[in-house]
Design a protein around this ligand. Structure first.
Ligand SMILES: [Zn+2]
Length: 651
């Protein structure tokens, strides 16, 4: 499989891409070993401890929990869910490089969506970037945008903020983008990013944003993926919804996107916390007031998907709700969902009748930061509400408070029996002045009462027993879970391990390839991924190059091979690192010893295999009984295994 783009260009893009920066856009990375190795939470599985390693020297990444790994291209392929060509195109754009035309094609992506005539992701990003500019220029210069400019001014948006967030205006006539983009984009491209839509009756398209201030919505890499629009008072139909977001598209999923993450990332890392607002206008205003760790959800409550994105940057998340009754109700309703999240989730409701923008304007950032610091944990928030309602004056009142708390615990998915539950019960007992044993009795009783319902919940996999809350049914971000290819889970057979060791020998000492090539033919390898990697080593060597890690990773476009290569390189390095302690000569001698042992074992294995061929051909998968010859074969295999283990420990 080849992208049809010359390897010189690929290597140029690689050289212009820093993988630490690239991965750092999705995950907060902490440095180790003097900054050459970085660790963070893996974005490809539901990671709780930092399992992802980014190696700045080798420009590779590797998750030791789920097995994902590779170079910058593999990372983009995986995280954007695109083929190699599109990954190259996206990284080239990122590096400010123009894609060369592809050999033997029309210059369009072959392994990407482009091959079937649909626009590629790169094209869609281009459309959105263009539209953002059109809206922005319109707001700044057009006479028809004067009401919008007045509105923003009345809401205290500064010119710097308007420029930083590239706010724009979409005129009311509904033909603006189609007119301006006539020579550049096809309607299908504008429709794919939900800027226009086919009319239900008659020909033509209508534009989604009309007579609205437009807020670009960006992904973590600061690329515009969608827009939000707010009506301008006095413009358009009076019963149009106040806020409107782009519909979901190939680039945009509302319940996963965190607004302003691109500009807040640094602030979040610096403050070791993140503030989540309910709307982009509040969030932008927070930034204008110097609250640089503010982000927002897009007209939805915070979902587990959002939490999955945020927790890769910080463990502390403060949810800000409006001070009115609706805001308080929303806060209380959201509690069960977050009680069991493995983030430190806090709830802040503002003083009466104020949204964050009003609050900041009236009281300034200092007062806001003070509130943030004192925001209670989710369960504590509920406790305060309950105490407000019932007081703590009598045993009866206390038990009523506890009952409300237990109802919350019961609704929280994955909370019962957790370590966190123990801590919270202990603290609750202390706060309300009841014995912890009494609270545990009440909890057990409340669980018994709710047991039949709980079974249904588990069966249907809805992580929340509140059926009215459709947002909680989002599964955590594990959609990119890796497949269980052998290259990820590791070999289970002795033969697979030996194949892997031979590959490690070549990668840690590329000169060893000729010795291996004399003894091992690619088709001798039983594991398909091992076979392909060995073939790659031979191909590179046959072309007169050294099959070093760098040359090998540059010679393939296949993510699974890259992942295997990164794994084997790291394993080989870990093994030889201890050897290096005895000096370079001793290390070389030891490496040669490892190679000789592996090759000797391989030859014996092939002999054993040849001798027993025919008898064992269909044996490997069938679990039937073993005859004497098969037992003898197994014994010999175990001897080989033992010898190899001894060889490994003595060198
Ligand atoms: Zn992982």
């Amino acid at each position: 499989m080849s992208s049809g783009v010359g390897s010189d260009f690929k290597e140029l893009v690689r050289a212009r891409t820093d993988i630490a920066q690239l991965v750092g856009e999705r995950v907060a990375l902490q440095s180790r070993r003097g900054g050459r190795e970085l660790i963070g939470l893996c974005p490809f599985h539901d990671d709780h401890n930092p399992s992802l390693r980014v190696d700045a020297d080798r420009q590779s990444y590797k998750c030791w929990a789920c097995g994902e790994g590779g170079d910058c291209f593999a990372f983009v392929q995986k995280i954007e869910n695109v083929g190699f060509y599109e990954a190259l195109e996206l990284l080239a754009t990122r590096a400010g490089l123009e894609m060369p035309r592809r050999s033997g094609s029309d210059g369009r992506g072959g392994d990407a969506q482009g091959s079937d005539g649909r626009p590629t992701r790169k094209e869609l990003f281009d459309v959105l970037k263009w539209a953002e500019n059109e809206f922005y220029t319109c707001l700044k210069t057009s006479t028809e945008a004067s009401a919008a400019r007045e509105y923003l001014k009345s809401r205290n948006f500064s010119p710097e903020t308007i420029e930083k967030f590239r706010l724009g205006y979409a005129p009311l006539d509904g033909q603006f983008l189609q007119r301006r983009g006539r020579d550049r984009f096809k309607p299908a491209q504008l429709a794919a990013v939900r800027l226009i839509s086919q009319r239900a009756e008659g020909d033509g398209f209508y534009e989604y944003f009309r007579g609205r201030v437009v807020f670009p919505i960006r992904d973590a890499s600061a690329r515009t993926v969608a827009f939000g629009g707010r009506v301008v008072p006095g413009i358009g139909s009076p019963d149009a919804p106040k806020y409107l977001n782009s519909a979901d598209s190939p680039l945009f999923a509302k319940n996963k996107t965190v607004f302003a993450l691109d500009v807040a990332r640094l602030g979040i890392t610096q403050r070791a916390a993140c503030v989540v607002m309910e709307g982009y206008a509040d969030c932008i205003m927070a930034h204008q007031f110097g609250v640089h760790h503010a982000v927002a959800t897009l007209g939805t409550a915070l979902t587990e998907n959002h939490v999955g994105v945020l927790k890769r940057f910080t463990r502390k998340v403060v949810l800000v709700f409006d001070g009115d009754q609706a805001g308080r109700d929303a806060a209380e309703k959201s509690l069960p969902r977050f009680l069991s999240q493995d983030v430190d989730l806090r709830i802040l409701t503002l003083t009466t009748e104020k949204d964050p923008a009003d609050f900041l304007t009236a009281n300034g950032a200092g007062a806001f930061n003070e509130l943030l610091e004192s925001a209670p944990e989710a369960w504590e928030y509920k406790l305060r509400l309950s105490i407000e309602r019932h007081g703590l004056a009598s045993v009866d009142a206390r038990e009523r408070v506890v009952a409300e708390m237990l109802e919350l615990f019961r609704q929280a998915p994955r909370f019962g029996g957790s370590a966190r539950e123990n801590i919270v019960l202990n603290r609750l007992a202390f706060r309300v002045g009841l014995a912890e044993s009494r609270i545990r009795e009440m909890l057990a009783a409340s669980r018994r009462k709710a047991a039949p319902q709980a079974t249904v919940v588990r069966k249907t996999q809805i992580p929340n027993s509140n059926p009215g809350d459709n947002l909680s049914s989002q599964s955590p971000t594990v959609s990119n879970c890796p497949s269980s290819a052998s290259s990820k889970t590791g070999p289970t057979t002795a033969r697979g391990k030996l194949e892997r060791e031979l590959l490690e020998c070549v990668i840690s000492d590329p000169a060893a390839v000729s010795a291996v090539q004399e003894v091992v033919a690619t088709e001798d390898f039983s594991d398909e991924a091992h076979r392909r990697l060995l073939a790659l080593c031979y191909r590179v060597a046959d072309a007169g190059m050294s099959p070093s890690y760098e040359n090998l990773i540059a010679a393939t476009e296949e993510p699974d091979l890259k992942s295997l290569l990164v794994t084997l390189e790291a394993t080989a390095r870990a093994k030889t690192q201890t050897l290096e302690l005895d000096g370079p000569q001793a290390a070389r001698a030891a490496r040669q010893g490892l190679l000789a042992t592996s090759l000797r074992l391989w030859k014996r294995r092939i002999d054993v295999h040849a001798a027993s061929m025919g008898r064992l051909q269909s044996q490997s998968d069938s679990p039937g009984t073993l005859d004497a010859a098969q037992l003898d074969h197994l014994r010999r295999a175990m001897e080989i295994h033992g010898e190899r283990a001894r060889a490994n420990t003595t060198t």
